[in-house]
Design a protein around this ligand. Sequence first.
Ligand code: ZN
Length: 258
Amino acid sequence: MMKTSLVEGRANYSLTIGEDTVDMNSLIGSPIKLTFAGHIACSNCGNRTSKSFSQGYCFPCARSLARCDMCIMRPETCHYHLGTCREPEWGLSNCFSPHIVYLANSSGPKVGITRASNMPGRWIDQGAISALPILKVNSRIDSGKIESALKPFIADKTNWRKMLKNEVELVDLLAIRNDLLMKIPGLIEQLEAQHLDDETLNINYPVLKYPSKIVSLNLDKTPVVSGVLDGIKGQYLLLDSGVLNLRKFSSYHVELSV
Ligand SMILES: [Zn+2]
């Protein structure tokens, strides 16, 4: 995955390849080539694996790490209280820390949750053009309960094709927040969720040209991918030959030539 930062409202991307860190924004408009020689190293234990599980892990790690458990995808199913957390210490420090419920506009308005320390990176990873934190709670499970309660009223997924084509209408996240909060006053009180009074954050992406048709590139099928880098949005490289989701190929050892 690319590391991200937000500088004056613009997403900045860098990619660590071996010992080098490449400023990806500076490559936009230039031809690049990514070569995958078949080497995947688990991002936890470093062992070589022929296939990547849970976006970057070997099979044993994907089976044993709490971060690869289903409850990470569906936080309301946290089972720490049952004593069945795969890694109770990890769970305690990661899932029982402040979590934020936010609204974002990635392909349309959606609700999501993140650790407080993951803002604004989480929104950049999703390709959101705007985001608004709305509630703060003390655990991942509580943020998941709020997210689930809001699902009947708002999407919780991104349509990545629309996001990449930039077919995204501008929406008023503050108005949506005010409307949504009125749907779940009891749960907010019960969980002692703290109302946040942030302003909407707008995010620009370094893109010269959005694709009109989405062609997905896959390093498993095509180990050499090349083209002019038209832009970057979310964790996707937008090449004139297709789009490459770098999140999907975390832990793949690739060579980048420019
Ligand atoms: Zn491993």
